[in-house]
Design a protein around this ligand. Sequence first.
Ligand code: ZN
Length: 290
Amino acid sequence: MTQVESDNFAEGVKPHVFPREEAAPETKPTQAPAAISTGDGPLAIISDIHANLEALTEVLAEIDRQGIKKIVCLGDVVGYGPNPLECIDLVMTRCEFSLMGNHDFAIFFEPYNFNQAAENAAYWTRTQFENDTDRERRNKRWRYLGTMPTRMNNHRFVCFHGSPRRPINEYVFPDDIYTAPQKMAAIFDRFERLCFVGHTHVPGVFVPDPDFYAPEEVNNRYTISSERAMINVGSVGQPRDRNPKASFAILHDDSVEFVRVAYDVQATVDKVRAIDALDNFLGARLLDGR
Ligand code: ZN
């Protein structure tokens, strides 16, 4: 990564090179590569904040209340929601790193496979990034967004926004265990022990049978064994499992805990409603978490 000379992000920032899946293991992350050592206590894993400041604030408060010192983010810091700048600033300050999600990609590069509401939100978000008159702050955000890694790993786990096959864009849904067993097998072939993902906004545990356990089926705590597991931590800012509370996970020594946190959903809904470029549905869906 070279230093940014210009304040024009398109010219000044060298974009991260997105490897084909064969090349992925050699990818050199540009943010804090050694920062996810978990030898010193529990690790909070958050994902899919989607510019929802009320949800992120409550999740960070819960993490602090529990005395957890390290946080990592699996991407989609922005997109859909009304507070992209505040959310990326908090993630830059509080997280060891953030992976690149498809919405982060959309802001920095281009929206890919987005519906109209998501695309409109992406362009509005880009405008917010561009309109900050503080050049240094603006460059810092662009640089952070443009250098988000697509995978991270340590001795305990590997993590992606979408999946080990297609880190940014592949959805792995609970139904895939029935409808796409070959897809599940191909995904489980690509990691050794423990894998964390986000992207679908549906928390739970995939095992190689294949099978899927929603958090309530494991009493919100999955015990780590020698069996491989791919764990979706759910979404902080736009849960879609019919539970409107913000979702995240905590990696302990021998288990993964699923946590839900209540926040002022109506405040976020009202903010979305007040911004013309954001479809009201993007707020309204938060009320019932779907
Ligand atoms: Zn997302």
